[in-house]
Design a protein around this ligand. Sequence first.
Ligand code: IMP
Length: 172
Amino acid sequence: MSTFETFISKEEIQTRVCELAKKIDEDYQGKDLVIIGVLNGAFMFLADIVRELKTPVHLDFISVSSYAGTESTGKVSLIKDIKIDVKDKHVLLVEDIVDTGLTITELLKLFNQREPASLGLASLLHKSSKTKHDVKIDYLGFEIEDKFVIGYGLDFDGRYRELPYIGVYSES
Ligand code: IMP
């Protein structure tokens, strides 16, 4: 297994996840919450968030593709849809990273068409200097500079998702 210089440590992530879960609990108190994880990158963030929540949730996952290597292809295609009917439900989308914002913009459009009672967004990371679409992140883990990061769910060509911390990808 390759190792990378730690950019955001396991402990920093854990602390932030607990803070976000607390805020989500406050906001969705007494509501029926549907959490949708965006595969594959959000799996670890989502797993940690839901284990900190006191609010009962329904869970499902959606999969889209927009990246090849370290570059966005500019197109979003649906690979796997959810099974839950989200009409009139409170939906929270959980993403790993908002980069250009294209992926999440397309996903928000898709979910809005399904008429949920509300639609929120949680993202572990945001590279605002690269974001071209206007995206409101309700629960943000960390704002980061323009670096290609891996670990804690994020990959480079399918690798490094298992790292418990976030590192910066470098070819060496
Ligand atoms: P966007 O459509 O440009 O916002 O890109 C969002 C998707 O690109 C994320 O869900 C990730 O899968 C991928 N992505 C963007 N930046 C990174 C990165 O630094 N590391 C790993 N994946 C990334």
